[in-house]
Design a protein around this ligand. Structure first.
Ligand code: FCA
Length: 332
């Protein structure tokens, strides 16, 4: 699934749009709802789509899945959805500052909106709290990452003076900043020294972006023997783990804990452990199901969803991930 390219997904989405013109004389056209995501190549979003499809099958509507990797694609997608008679959409925007533009366009087209994962931001930099949102309890989940990193460091009896935290950050996105800030805060509370916390800012939220950010940290701190890694998601940690491997730092010297739990399945399945120790799993299929379900109830039955819904995380490692992912319906 992770081999699907964004372009293919976009084309598939457009195909779905083209094939959905209402049949003349048909009674009531089947309900269509859009599901727009910023990074269609990330397993996280593919699992969200899976969840939305499940809701669509259960409630009898069509879900139009579109990859919207930039602002222009978002605006075109909203127009296209309106043109085919969709009644609303769920969106994880490629840029939260598109918030007012997205809401204006949706309003003009009479479409209902639920935002998922990345909360929209208004012109003054504040959250658009009047727009319906479902996402992670970002600080809480970040805290859990920090606590688990500290616990595992202690279990391995690493002296703190030989250990460093490599925090891969993407501070322009609030949910990302809240996660890494949460991890850092929990480590400090546990007693990890502030002067051994090293941040590397990723320019793009993909593996090359976090690989580059970690490389800078590693170059600046060559004497650190053991590393803890946190980031906004699994991908952020994976890039840092790869950068460390390039310098000969492997599972015995690295504890990386990601967030999502969906983008590290291949990594955790590797026959030998790597520096990617575990992840805070949040159920992407459930987020997809719940947002699509809420939107359907809102459009069909006029039941307005809650304005703000938060989801929790479960810690997974090589020991328990197959079982937990199965329980959560992420793998068969
Ligand atoms: C953000 C991240 C995704 C996922 C989601 C819940 O959008 O980019 O990887 O963590 O929040």
């Amino acid at each position: 699934m992770k081999h699907l390219r964004p372009l293919l997904i976009c084309l598939a989405g457009l195909g779905a749009l083209a094939g959905t013109s209402p049949v003349a004389g048909a009674a009531e056209p089947r309900l269509k709802l859009g599901y727009l995501v910023k990074q269609p190549e990330e397993p996280w979003f593919q699992f969200e789509w899976q969840g939305a499809e499940k809701a669509a099958a259960q409630y009898g509507f069509d879900v139009v899945k579109l990859g919207v990797t930039d602002g222009e694609k978002v605006m075109t997608a909203i127009d296209n959805l309106a043109a085919v008679g969709a009644k609303g959409f769920v969106i994880c925007t490629p840029d939260v500052r598109l918030g007012p533009g997205i809401m204006n366009k949706a309003r003009q087209n009479g479409l209902k909106v639920i935002t998922v994962d990345d909360q929209l931001v208004a012109g003054d930099g504040r959250f658009m709290t009047n727009v319906h949102y479902l996402g992670m309890s970002a600080s809480r989940i970040g805290h859990d990452v920090g606590q688990e990193l500290f616990k595992e460091m202690q279990r391995r009896k690493w002296p703190v003076e030989e250990t460093g935290l490599c925090a891969i950050t993407f501070e322009e996105l609030d949910t990302a900043r809240a996660r890494t800030d949460g991890a850092i805060a929990a480590l400090k509370v546990a007693g990890f020294p502030t002067d051994r916390i090293f941040k590397g800012a990723q320019k793009t939220t993909d593996i090359p972006g976090s690989f580059a950010a970690a490389n800078i940290v590693l170059t600046q701190h060559p004497v650190v023997k053991h590393w803890l890694i946190c980031a906004l998601n699994d991908t952020g940690v994976l890039g840092a783990v790869r950068a460390m491997e390039d310098r000969g730092l492997t599972a015995g010297d690295v504890i990386g804990i990601g967030i999502n739990g969906t983008d590290c399945i291949d990594e955790l399945r590797k026959s030998k452990p790597t520096g990617f120790y575990g992840s805070m799993l949040v159920s992407a299929p459930q987020e997809g199901f719940r947002t699509a379900e809420m939107l359907c109830h809102w459009v069909k039955d006029d039941i307005e969803p809650p304005l703000d819904t938060r989801t929790a995380g479960i810690f997974i490692t090589r020991e328990n991930f197959e079982q937990v992912l199965k329980q959560e319906g992420i793998i068969p």
